[in-house]
Write a protein of this length. Sequence first.
Length: 660
Amino acid sequence: MDEKIIAQVREATAHSEIVQAATSVRHDNGRALALGAIPLRRLYRDEIQQLESLGNSSTDWSRLWVAEGFDWRKVRHSRFHGDVLLGRFSRLVPLAPGLELPSGIEHSTLVQCAIGNDVLIRDVQLLANYIVAEGAVVLGCGAVTCEGQTAFGNGTAVPVGIESGGREVAIYAEIDVDIAEAVASTGALSEPRKKYFEAVADYASQVLSQRGVIERGAVIRNTPTIRNAYVGRHARIEGATLVADSTLLSNGEEPVRIESGACVTGSLLQWGSRATTMAIVDRSVLTEHSHVEGHGKVTASILGPNTGVAGGEATSCLLGPFVSFHHQALLIATLWPEGRGNVAYGANVGSNHTSKAPDQEFRPGEGAFLGLGVNVRFPADLSEAPYSILASGVTTLPQKLRFPFSLINTPSANYPGIGPAYNEIIPAWLLTDSLYTLKRNEGKHQARNQARRKQFDYRIFRPRIVDLMRDACRRLEAVASVKEVYTEQDIPGLGKNFLREACRQPAIEAYQFFIRYYALLALKNQVQAALEDGEPAISRLLTISGSQPRWEHARRILIEELGVTDPVAALRLLPEMLDTIATAVERSKAKDDDRGARIIDDYAEVHISASADPIVRQTWEETRRLQAELAELVTWLETGRPPWEPLTQRQPTRQRLIAG
């Protein structure tokens, strides 16, 4: 963790909407937040009489102040205690699409409140110590109160990664997964960690308030208890059971929603997030456009953008973006900041497997798939084995795994000297047998992304993952002697699994193929960009260090590992590789068709064939596009003429174009 993290917290503090709101409330008890600069006056004597004639009462009418234009006819059967400020009630208030109701106050009790213009408050048993901004709705609720001083859930230390503590992250409303990961991965006694906690404590001190806030356009309906909550603009709380000590950052385009029996306590919900259908969220953070639903339970955890928990339970977890957790399953003490994975029904990922303190942890790694009914024994680290699959019913031993794209399955056979609890590993299995899965992942994450503040690189083959493949390949190649089966003693990184020789060589070839593909595709993109920018010295791309980290990473692979010296010859390799990949994607999907047709009589009638599958078709379309671009680039390099220019126009010779 570096000073940039501390600076981000300070920056959030300086621009936070909740900090600004709390500062305003402390200054004037919410008058400006609710009513702006509108002049206020005391009630006229006849207005008091008219209000009382409509069933209203107050312990002291002199403590009720109203805006100019206040219409006493819009306040009925309500009671007022302490200092209460009321705005004008002259417009209809939108309650739901196509449904509007007149603003005003009916059948409610207000204590120490500031109510903005055109607010609707109806059938609220107690609204106390709250600021309600313009156009908000509070309808059919029990107690909406602020009790004592609150920081709205900010400043809490959440024990992610380890239930018993050691990786705690102090949370604040705008925190993101990158910051949480940096803090959780920093030593508990380090100076940067101490500074981070101090910065968050400063943030929390600036949001301290003795008034709750319901911002402009928010809707709260049919919820028995709202306590010590900051409800952001256009947030919707409908039919929840409890919202307490929490912050809801929201806006008109990305409203936060808490609905249908959900219970949210001590938590921070960011833009577009939601807790619905009996969800429980306690001492947690839902970052932008994440959700908990369907009886899902999230405790002391942080969910990344576009991640969802439904039906299952996550405790003391840091889950990165695009984690699908939509079944009855258990995930405890899991540090998964890379995200992009799946948790299947019945997965049992718990921490207290030592029968001692619950102080163990699990790191699944990017893109992990935890299959049906798997049991993961702690501690376990798969962070250097991204996009690996734990097959259905597998029980894993404590281990560190270092082979990307692997399949961990129950043994295909018993071998002398291999313990019965060992599983079988097939490194690079997704590259050799299930490439469709990877293509689908790239597409679905891009299609499902709703986050606006976090940018994602959807490509799976990125420098870090390619480097893990390179390292895995070297370890597979470095066996001292060929054997029928290998364990961790033979090949470091196998964990508590064995590898058959029959799977070793295909894994080496798959890793090598996709490392080469990654580097050549980067060369294609760099050559294309250079030509379009008018840079003729293409060969220098390979010999001169690049200023772009991603290209420099690929360039070094091309030069140092693949021995590429001729860009044109290298680019000529790509079309066939692209065909190979597209064919593998279709073939991996076609295996499902073949198996299904053998088992289900009418399978072909109700399932889309591999050739018509959208992912397969998109892969082939992308392949043809890239091949066409490659053909144009090679023509350009060989003739010195861009494909769109007329033949008669003079261009540099191929030698000048290549050598500069």
